[in-house]
Design a protein around this ligand. Structure first.
Ligand code: FAD
Length: 459
């Protein structure tokens, strides 16, 4: 048969390409399918990477303000050349997606451009052509949730449209104060938009530690971002002049803006591959259930990444991709951890892993917490950093660390020490007795462990 794949991977995002490359490295003949012109999925093309490029620009703009206002080093008001900024971002994306094409070629992974749907448990149709397969990995990711009943209007953006950087609206309303919404607020407010965030929950970054979130809330407010929590959008009206949202709840009234970003979560693309034709179990949210080995209920069919549910994050997709490739190739492998770090690349960054204090309490897990304020970190102050916090959740009986939250500059990078500590079953003493270089903000992790042990001398 002409169209046959030994191992087919549907979707070339961070889950799909990691899976395809790992399987090829294990000696498998792999076909990877995706309708996009470039590899890399949402993460590289319209997610993690373009957002971080623009967040870097936002950070530099803020630093020039701080230098001018506080450090006596004057910078003129930044002139923003939107075309150049957009092409810089696109260039970074292009370098990375082009690199993936090279990596696929080097591994002899065959890439097929097209959209795959299941015909049965041994066949998919790719743009009208049938392909049979021995095994398949579904890695089709997710798409932004569109709020029902909203007008079709060029001024209503999802995260993809927002990252296209079409314009800098004078006033911008962001519906949804989760990680993506807050990153968009950070970007557009630095670029000069007057940003308002509307969030249904009682805090932004729902699920993150409340004490750390309060610091982020205050920092964003100081950056002139208006935040309305416990507020629901009850009506939308688009006219020539503006998009107007009618709000109810803690804030009640109308918000008019030149553009609105809908950022209320992402929905699995699972239903789009017609999994029912292959007998694959899928729930009413479009999530394909998998076990720790990324197996679905159908023996030769695996699923990885956003299509398998929360947390919808690139590093989870990548790890699952490796697991699926190994299991499909006859090796024993599993993603046997709940430790998937979360990072909001806001200014300051908010990062957490493992149990939060609220989660530990809700789950009835015996715990204590200790924290260290970044106001007492020499490196933070010397670097112009503002408020920040390092907080550990630990078991008082065993001293084992159960969770960590960090808010401050580069918190996402710092969190890696905590992830490793928890993964390795480290105790407070392991962390406190590890010598952290001075002056670094990584010291705050050691100081927090010392504080819990009663040996801290830096406060
Ligand atoms: P995806 O990256 O969604 O890729 C799926 C691929 O499948 C796509 O290329 C799609 O074209 C293809 N596909 C879909 N249907 C079919 C079909 N029927 N046939 C063939 N191919 C198909 N995560 C982080 O970890 N860190 C971040 O900083 C971060 N920032 C983000 C910022 C934004 C603005 C957004 C939107 C997301 C961000 N994410 C971040 C989330 C991250 O992008 C996703 O979790 C990740 O891309 C999921 O990887 P995946 O492989 O499951 O699927």
């Amino acid at each position: 048969m002409s169209n046959h794949a030994e191992l087919m991977v549907i979707g070339a995002g961070p889950g799909g390409y990691a899976c395809a490359f790992r399987a090829a490295d294990l000696g498998r003949k792999v076909v990877m399918v995706d309708p996009r012109a470039t590899l890399g999925g949402v993460c590289l093309n319209e997610g993690c990477i373009p957002s971080k490029a623009l967040l870097h620009a936002a950070q530099v703009i803020r630093e020039t303000h701080e230098m001018t206002d506080d450090w006596g080093i004057g910078f003129a008001k930044p002139k923003i050349d939107l075309d150049k900024l957009r092409s810089k971002k696109d260039g970074i994306v292009g370098t990375l997606t082009g690199g993936l094409t090279g990596l696929a070629k080097r591994r002899k992974v065959q890439t097929v451009r097209g959209t795959a749907t299941f015909k049965d448990a041994k066949t998919v149709t790719i743009d009208g052509e049938d392909w049979t397969f021995d095994q398949v990995v579904i890695a089709v990711g997710s798409a932004p949730v569109q709020l029902p009943g909203w007008p079709q209007d060029d001024r209503v953006w999802d995260s993809t449209a927002a990252l296209e950087l079409r314009e800098i609206p004078k006033a911008l309303t962001i519906v949804g104060g989760g990680i993506i919404g807050l990153e968009m607020a950070t970007i557009y407010s630095a670029l000069g938009a007057k940003v308002t965030v509307v969030e249904l929950a009682d805090q932004i970054a729902p699920g993150a530690d409340a004490e750390a979130v309060a610091i982020l809330h205050a920092a964003l407010s100081a950056q002139d971002v208006t935040i309305h929590t416990e507020t629901k959008v009850s009506a939308v009206n688009a006219d020539k002049k503006a998009i107007t949202l009618t709000c109810e709840g803690a804030f009640s009234g109308d918000l008019s803006a030149n553009a609105v970003i809908q950022s209320v979560g992402r929905r699995s693309n699972g239903p789009k591959v017609t999994p029912e034709n292959a007998g694959i179990a899928i729930d009413d949210r479009g999530i394909i259930a998998v076990d720790a080995s990324c197996r679905t209920n159908v023996e030769n069919i695996f699923a990885i990444g956003d299509v398998t549910g929360n947390p919808m994050l690139a590093h989870r997709a990548t790890h699952q991709g490796h697991v699926a490739a190994e299991v499909a190739s006859g090796h024993a492998a599993a993603l046997d951890t709940d430790l998937i770090p979360s990072v909001a690349y806001t200014n300051p960054e908010l990062a957490w892993v493992g149990l939060t204090q609220a989660q530990a309490k809700a789950d009835g897990i015996k715990h204590k917490t200790a924290s260290f304020p970044w106001a007492a970190s020499g490196r933070n102050l010397a670097s112009g950093g503002g408020d920040g916090l390092t907080k550990l959740v630990y078991c008082p009986d065993t001293e084992r660390v159960l969770g960590a939250t960090i808010i401050g500059a580069n918190a996402g990078e710092l969190l890696a020490e905590c992830t490793l500590a928890i993964e390795m079953g480290a105790t407070l003493s392991d962390i406190a007795l590890s010598v952290h270089a001075h002056p670094t903000v990584s010291e705050t992790i050691g100081f927090t462990a010392e504080r819990a042990l009663g040996t801290l001398t830096d406060l």
